[in-house]
Design a protein around this ligand. Structure first.
Ligand code: AMP
Length: 400
């Protein structure tokens, strides 16, 4: 494979994260974040490798101006990292929803853009922003090949019984209402790294990946393929998250609309933005560092919140162990999964039936791929730091 620099772009509705990664060394050459795009107070933070982080506060009226600013920073003669844009061999775009159109990453063509557009309905906040990023890059770097890497693609191998809901079948046929799942790049990367850490063939393993960050999801990966995952049509389903409710009885929506005299839209905003551990803790915090501190101080609101969070994760692990008829390894990743020995211990306390014993010393280590179960543990428990940007850069480099 030819050595190139890949610009990884992750466009949110008002933000843009980027990393420039060398495909051979896999080193991050520069990275940064544009925030408040299209709103007052926009700014870019930019960190060149080996250099100091700096901030530029300047109006960015849209994603195009944000990307222009990023490209200018990358080629800047004082603080830039490349001499010209020709040194960027490809752009990899993170795309949230590929629907059933994409089971893998793909080079971006006009047809691909159209197919991503068809999925806008399924991710109305994310896909349009992703498309703006693609169009802006196309305009500013027309000769540079670009790839789309989908959050949903890894989960497209799920069998029908895992992705169908118990709804009239024509909703699936007419509107493609089904489970899609998200964080696919992370679940794929982490499960493959788990096989490498265990020194086993990916295709011989049953792995459960717990991606526990502000957004959180679990997946079951059997013989190298995803067979189930906790997020659904949208990223609202499944685990209790930072501010998202995860699974609830759907009848709660109408019940609350009536009680609170709110519209469905308003209640959905509550489910997305005011629920999860934030809501459960009575609005205390969505950050596990705060919750952990409060738990240790014996605060009842933090105890109930963390217990409910951990219980839900353990319940999914049980379900996926059943779905795969066993499990060889359970992996923790993302902000909470990688950094909180406390929550990992809490979840593991439900898993005695899997013959799990944790290695307390390994469990408190940080920032490395590590087995945190003892050698005797019947099921292995691993911490694998996720790296979605690197996974996107790899996919992009292999496509071009
Ligand atoms: P992510 O979405 O993967 O970036 O994860 C962000 C979340 O990780 C934060 O909101 C925190 O709840 C959690 N987190 C980060 N660092 C720690 C830590 N040291 N201990 C516990 N939770 C952490």
């Amino acid at each position: 494979m030819k050595e190139i620099n890949v610009l990884v772009i992750n466009c949110g509705s008002s933000s843009l994260k980027f990393q420039l990664i060398n495909s051979a060394s896999e080193a991050v050459i520069a990275k940064g974040l544009c925030e408040r795009i299209g709103i007052e107070g926009s700014q870019m933070t930019y960190t060149p490798a080996g250099g100091e982080k700096y901030e530029v506060k300047t109006p960015m009226e849209d994603h195009r101006s944000a990307i222009r600013l990023v490209l200018d920073a990358l080629v800047d003669k004082d603080r830039g990292v490349v001499k010209s844009l020709d040194e960027i061999g490809a752009v990899g775009h993170r795309i949230v929803h590929g629907g059933e159109n994409f089971a893998s990453s793909t080079l971006i063509t006009d047809e691909v853009i159209k197919a991503i557009e068809e999925c806008n309905d399924l991710a109305p906040l994310h896909n349009p922003a992703n498309l703006i990023g693609i169009r802006a890059c196309k305009e500013l770097m027309p000769q540079t090949p670009m790839a789309a890497v989908f959050d949903t693609a890894f989960h497209q191998t799920m069998p029908e019984e895992a992705y169908l809901y118990g709804l009239p079948y024509h909703y699936y046929e007419d509107y493609k209402v089904r489970r899609y799942g998200f964080h696919g790049t992370s679940h794929s990367y982490v499960s493959q790294r788990a096989a490498a850490v265990l020194g086993k063939d990916y295709k011989d393993l049953k792995i459960i990946v717990c991606h526990l960050g502000n957004g959180a999801s679990v997946s079951a990966v059997k013989n190298g393929k995803c067979i189930d995952t906790s997020m659904g049509l949208t990223p609202l389903e499944g685990l209790i998250m930072g501010t998202r409710s995860g699974d609830i009885d759907p009848a709660i929506i109408e019940f609350l609309c009536n009680k609170e005299n709110k519209s469905v839209q308003e209640i959905l905003t509550v489910l997305n933005k005011e629920s999860g551990v934030f809501g459960l803790s009575g609005g205390f915090s969505s950050d596990f560092r705060d919750l952990e501190k409060a738990y240790r101080a014996g605060e009842a609101f933090a105890i109930r919140t963390m217990k409910t969070f951990a219980y839900r994760v353990a319940k999914y692990i049980g379900a996926y162990t059943a779905a795969m008829n066993g499990v060889d390894a359970i992996c923790f990743t993302a902000g909470i999964g990688e950094n909180s020995p406390f929550i990992r211990t809490m979840i593991a306390s439900y898993l005695g039936y899997l013959g799990i014993t944790l290695d307390e010393e390994a469990n408190v280590k940080r920032g490395e791929e590590i087995a945190i179960s003892t050698p005797e543990s019947a099921t292995k428990v691993l911490v694998i730091p996720t790296n979605e940007e690197l996974a996107i850069a790899r996919e992009t480099a292999s496509l071009v």
